[in-house]
Design a protein around this ligand. Structure first.
Ligand SMILES: [Zn+2]
Ligand SMILES: [Zn+2]
Length: 250
């Protein structure tokens, strides 16, 4: 049995959707157990399997698509996306020169992935703008060069239309997409190449290009991996070494 078809598709129903999914599984398990129970001769039968209970979690309904809370969350997420994207764009601009470049001066992959992600984001946002303009018979989207300014204009335009967009049944993908972009960009700012750079020299290649990764490991551009305690031991050892050099020099 599916969750109420008028349920808000947003995060407010995450727990209810999970509860209904396990309920479906429990129903299937129960049907199987009943079949086995019925096929067992009377004397050998144990207790009749109990059917599962329907979830009682309240299910906020869409009005008509999203409930008010999720509509507000999507609005906040859309505005945040533009701010975070601008921050990410600035982090590349600000560090393009000093960023550790790979062989042949090719930009570090993390920078490239920021550029690609922002490009993908702009593509997704401007596609929705284009679709909504067409649907509402607005004039075509003005041609804009890709970049921070164009993205801000598109986000501003979408925010202005958002209340109406979110009333459209086709806005489910868009709304969930906006929330997904919010999460993805937040994660990228956390793995910002500047803030994840470790001060240690790599024990293999002795370059300072060791970064903390999302999984908690540290990795040098040369490929050397260190876990947290190896990294900390290396950090302590290099600090000692540095101190001894200072003492030796004085
Ligand atoms: Zn909701
Ligand atoms: Zn290395």
């Amino acid at each position: 049995m599916p969750i109420n078809p008028n349920a808000c598709p947003g995060v407010c129903n995450r727990a209810a959707r999970a509860a209904w999914t396990s309920y479906d599984q429990a129903l299937a398990d129960h049907a199987e157990a009943m079949t086995a129970w019925l096929a067992t001769p009377g004397d050998d039968r144990g207790q009749r399997p109990e059917p599962p209970e329907q979830p009682t979690i309240p299910v906020p309904l869409g009005d008509p698509v999203w409930d008010h809370r999720c509509a507000r969350l999507i609005r906040a997420a859309l505005a945040e996306i533009d701010d975070t994207a601008a921050l990410l764009a600035a982090s590349i601009d600000g560090h393009r020169g000093s960023a550790p470049a790979g062989p042949n001066g090719v930009a570090a992959p993390s920078h490239l992935s920021i550029v690609n992600t922002l490009d993908e984001l702009y593509g997704a946002l401007s596609m929705v703008e284009g679709q909504w303009r067409e649907y509402r018979r607005y004039p075509d989207r003005p041609r804009r060069a890709r970049g921070t300014h164009a993205r801000t204009l598109t986000v501003g335009w979408l925010l202005g239309e958002l209340d109406d967009i979110l009333l459209h049944p086709g806005s489910v993908d868009f709304g969930l997409g906006v929330l997904g972009w919010q999460a993805r960009l937040r994660k990228m700012t956390k793995s910002d190449p500047v803030s994840t750079m470790s001060p240690i020299r790599c024990p293999r290649c002795s370059e300072r290009q060791v970064r903390r990764k999302d999984d908690g490991y540290y990795e040098c551009a040369c490929g050397r991996l260190l876990n947290q305690s190896e990294h900390d031991a290396e950090y302590a050892r290099q600090a000692d070494e540095h101190e001894q050099q200072e003492v030796g020099a004085s």
